[in-house]
Design a protein around this ligand. Structure first.
Ligand SMILES: Cc1ncc(COP(=O)(O)O)c(C=O)c1O
Length: 381
């Protein structure tokens, strides 16, 4: 018999998996579940990838190709006002691997990291894998799910090492405003904490502007900035992300990276260099398309009685279904069975996600319309 560790057995399963599995098998299903762009690769990248295959069969250094890290530094300075050197950057197999390694090098057993509830479903298991201790600060619908610095401060104790933030946020679509960022930065400085800043959706914002924590005065010395090629360039499957961190931390991440995946895929790294040379128009046109979906989803969900704050970034709406008197998982399962629409139950994102569903608008507009018609029929019943 196979022995499974207790750690593995305690990792949460997610409802997302079974719903997305079932929706892939049934052509009648419209999925508003996806956490990734529905667009193909920008055409210049597709053409270039073909050429790169032949020279991409070797490993790179664990930190990633120097040319790519130099391009990332330029991008960080231009777009994020972060002034990093190639030594500060480690290229990883998706930004998720960077988060995993950063957790490994920052937290000893039972040391604490503060994270939002609800938040991206990978955060908590990542922390638990290293037997570090998660401590949550609640996000509230009436405040657009924006973190409250006072609530963060209340959770800090002797064992706290890191504050984790995600803006633009999955699953709520919130984008943290500068004033709130600054207040959280002050707390991090006062309590001498690191900040993990997950910026996977940095390029997908609407009327609010994305602010990088590391761009704030003095914060670069304590901030780990996680960014990704997945959403900005529709490159999810290439698994390419990176972290920019203080030099000592970057060296530690580099060291551990050798023992996780050695290096990010070489083909993806080379393609990443090309992606960073693309004019902004490719990402901008994706964002314009998301903006159409956002408008439609936001107004229709509210009109059908599912209270939904306007998402300021990413491609998710987070809707309240509490008045229907069923759990978010039951809502998602019933909607799936009766109307063949897949959404993600809010409980997958933490206890405070309960009573909500995540509706992704990274889907073709005509399908979004049809899915919303079906949802309206379902909620009217
Ligand atoms: C908030 C957040 N962070 C990180 C990731 C992982 O991104 P990557 O593809 O760079 O590993 C995701 C993916 O959906 C995400 O939603």
């Amino acid at each position: 018999m196979v022995h499974l560790s207790q750690r593995e057995q305690q990792l949460p399963g997610s409802a997302i998996e079974s719903i997305l599995d079932a929706s892939a098998k049934d052509k009648r299903v419209i999925s508003l579940g996806p956490g990734e762009p529905h667009f193909g690769l920008p055409p210049p990248l597709l053409a270039h990838a073909r050429v790169l295959i032949a020279t991409s069969n070797h490993y790179t250094a664990p930190s990633g190709l120097l040319e790519l890290r130099e391009a990332i530094c330029k991008k960080l300075a231009r777009d994020n006002k972060i002034h990093a050197l190639p030594e500060n950057v480690v290229v990883t197999t998706g930004s998720q691997e960077a988060l995993l390694i950063a957790t490994a090098i920052s937290l000893d057993v039972s040391e604490e990291i503060l994270l939002p509830n609800p938040s991206y479903m990978a955060f908590l298991p990542t922390i638990e894998l290293f037997n570090a201790k998660p401590r949550f600060f609640a996000l509230h619908e009436e405040h657009d799910f924006e973190p409250n610095p006072d609530e963060i401060k209340k959770q800090i104790n002797q064992k706290t090492r890191v504050i984790l933030l995600n803006s633009p946020a999955n699953p709520t679509g919130n984008v943290i405003r500068r004033k709130i960022m600054e207040e959280i930065a002050d707390i991090a400085v006062e309590k001498d904490l690191a900040v993990f800043s997950d910026e996977a959706y940095e390029r997908i914002t609407y009327e609010r502007k994305h602010i990088s924590m590391a761009s704030l005065n003095g914060m670069q010395d304590r901030t780990f900035t996680f960014q990704s090629f997945s959403k900005t360039f529709a490159m999810c499957g290439f698994r390419l992300g990176y972290v920019a961190a203080p030099e000592e931390a970057a060296a530690a991440i580099r060291k551990t990276h050798l023992y996780t995946t050695i290096c990010a895929p070489t083909l993806s790294q080379k393609l990443g260099i090309k992606a960073l040379q693309l004019p902004h128009k490719y990402t901008d046109s994706m964002v314009r398309e998301y903006a159409r979906g956002r408008k439609l989803v936001h107004s229709r969900l509210n009109n059908m009685g599912l209270t939904t704050p306007l998402p300021h970034g990413a491609f998710y709406a987070f809707s309240n279904v509490k008045h229907l008197n069923k759990s978010s998982t039951q809502f998602a399962l019933d909607l799936f069975r009766k109307e063949k629409v897949a959404v993600i139950p809010g409980s997958d994102f933490g206890t405070n996600g309960e009573g909500h569903i995540r509706v992704s608008f990274a889907t073709e507009l005509s399908l979004i319309k049809e899915a919303l018609d079906r949802m309206e029929r379902f909620t009217n019943r």
